[in-house]
Design a binder for this molecule. Sequence first.
Ligand code: 5GP
Ligand code: 5GP
Ligand code: 5GP
Length: 226
Amino acid sequence: LISLGQGYDFFYFVQQWPGSYCDTKRSCCYPTAGKPAANFTIHGLWPNYNNATYPSNCNKNSPYDGTKVNDNQSTTLIKMDRTIVVVSDLFSRLEVSWATLACPTNNGTKFWSHEWEKHGTCSESVLDQHSYFEATLNIKDKVNLLHILEAAGIRPDDNFYKVEDIKEAIKAGTGYDAAVECNSDPSRNGQLFQVYLCVDASAKDLIECPVLPKRKCKSSIQFPIF
Ligand code: 5GP
Ligand code: 5GP
Ligand code: 5GP
């Protein structure tokens, strides 16, 4: 019997609010592609165990490889007038939905490789590099978090909202409980930073979290403009 890695039970699908990443003492840098849209972006898809621990950096022999991520087999050719536009498979989607805000400005490769090597390698028995990034982007496209919050009157307008109302809106919109993580702006206001939802081990569907990560927020938090 050969054990393929250490396995995992489910994923955390973690999204970040760019306004809250940038609105800190450390500030941020926009990626090479420019300022991301005012929308939640992906932080990562993290394999996790039901007992709240998690594996990391599972395969040193599987470095991030952009040519694997951007599987040319799936490249789409669109004919516009007499020009053929090459829509490279995943990179254009990653730039929009998995934008990096770390400094110094870069094209995102650093963030994606960090996420693949730390987390993605731990679900490699189920999802290869291409599938890992594609599955994460597909989940992001299915869960329109900003739309869900706005439908409940919770908007990125610098106003303060009750964390309980934010969680209730996400539950109403997705059907599932989420965890909310906060950070602080330079005036020490707590703000909506990251939202954790859970995804089944095949990375297809949201599930109720077997264990919610413990993250602390003040009871009322700011949702900053981006
Ligand atoms: P922080 O210390 O900022 O909460 O987390 C640092 C990093 O540890 C995260 O970006 C992520 O890579 C990893 N991490 C933190 N908490 C969890 C968790 O509950 N599950 C998993 N799988 N990774 C986590
Ligand atoms: P974690 O270990 O927490 O999954 O990954 C966070 C790492 O990715 C950090 O090293 C951080 O500097 C880098 N990183 C690059 N871009 C971003 C970004 O836009 N947001 C976050 N949270 N981390 C980023
Ligand atoms: P990492 O080890 O993951 O580089 O970053 C550690 C922590 O600092 C993470 O919570 C990450 O989100 C945050 N961080 C990393 N780089 C930056 C940055 O350029 N700006 C801001 N605001 N936070 C950052």
